[in-house]
Write a new protein. Structure first.
Length: 333
């Protein structure tokens, strides 16, 4: 029997994973669901398990990896694509790591567009007004996306879907990728330098992974280079954007709007209910208080299709790596 401890489990995770498990009756798997996040204080819950299954805000740093190894845990199964929260160097030779590289690029790209449209057409404000029979249009003026320029940073699976959506709106696409794809450029879609993207884009959307070279890719200097009124969308990872610099840009009226599904310090807050509490993070509180900032709490992945694909692939990864010793979704250094 292979025993896996899930961390940071929500009811929708459990539903999807129980369905995936039911499809694999012969796999000899047992799942235990912990609601708490994995970190140095909770890692001992993994005692007696063969593997841990973690999500974006679990902390799998050097100390946690060390302890998991000492407890006899053999596998870290990430039920997400990004892996910036795992110390891969420390895990090398001690624990195997698998992830779900793609589960629905549409879920994330469509959420990015949903945030953009909500933000620039003020539908979130109109919804609240009309619920109160307030039919005034004052302050709801938006702008057309047609003919505007969108800058897309990262042209992988999600970035490409977002580009296609933007083209459907009649937008011109400028893109930047550290590893440009040869088949990417088309009419109205071209690679440019990061500086040119900052200078010419009306909307900028981030779709690259968080790594040393992309940390704070949107910082004070980048914001200085941007057009006045630029809309910044981040559905990738919080630390791609320097949140204090973003706040400064908004206060200076340089940034026209921000659409954030992720936030630098989201681990302390996202996925939990803090209504009725005093939130200690002044930058987050100030950002949320701005009329032109829209925040969702790392929700872009949350579609039925994505949850089902995540669960099916994760179960497949666990079975493959622990029973056969190999898995194409294994992360190596
Ligand atoms: P992908 O691996 O298909 O594409 C990433 C692209 O970024 C690649 O083309 C790569 O060459 C490029 N890239 C790497 N480093 C770069 C840099 N420094 N500057 C510019 N481009 C760079 O990944 P995918 O599936 O498109 O996902 C992108 C990101 O979206 C993930 O890394 C993850 O952080 C985030 N994500 C967020 C979710 C959410 O719920 N908000 C859900 C799933 C993914």
């Amino acid at each position: 029997m292979i025993k896996i401890a899930f961390f940071d489990t929500k009811p929708y995770d459990k539903d999807a994973f129980e369905k995936a498990l039911a499809n694999r009756k012969n796999a000899d798997l047992e799942f235990h669901y912990f609601e708490t996040k994995l970190n140095k204080d909770t890692v001992d819950l993994a005692k007696g398990f063969d593997g841990v299954c973690v999500f974006v805000n679990d902390t799998v740093d050097s100390a946690v990896v060390e302890r998991l190894h000492a407890l006899g845990v053999k596998l870290i199964a990430l039920r997400c694509a990004g892996f910036n929260n795992v110390d891969r160097k420390k895990a090398a030779g001690k624990l195997r790591i698998v992830r779900v590289p793609a589960y629905s690029p549409y879920a994330v790209a469509e959420h990015a567009m949903a945030l953009l449209l909500t933000s620039i057409r003020r539908t979130h404000k109109a919804y609240i007004r009309t619920k109160d029979f307030n039919f005034s249009l004052s302050g709801l003026t938006g702008f057309d996306l047609h003919g505007k320029t969108v800058g897309v940073i990262g042209t992988g699976r999600i970035g490409r879907v977002f580009v296609d959506i933007c083209r459907g709106f009649g937008m011109k696409v400028l893109a930047y990728d550290k590893y440009p794809a040869p088949d990417f450029e088309r009419e109205n879609v071209q690679y440019v330098s990061l500086d040119e993207l900052f200078e010419k884009s009306d909307v900028i959307s981030l779709h690259c992974p968080l790594a040393e070279d992309s940390y704070h890719i949107i910082d004070e200097k980048a914001i200085e280079k941007c057009k006045r009124g630029v809309v910044i969308i981040n559905t990738s990872r919080g630390a791609l954007v320097d949140a204090e610099a973003l706040l400064g840009g908004i206060k200076a009226r340089k940034v026209g709007a921000a659409c954030l599904d992720v936030y630098e310090e989201e681990g302390d807050f996202f996925f939990e209910d803090f209504s009725g509490h005093i939130v200690d993070d002044d930058v987050l509180a100030r950002l949320i208080s701005m009329p032109n900032v829209l925040v969702t709490s790392h929700q872009a992945f949350l579609t039925e299709e994505a949850l089902s694909n995540i669960a099916e692939t994760t179960v497949q990864n666990i079975v493959e790596i622990l029973q056969t010793g190999t898995c194409e979704n294994e992360l190596t250094l």
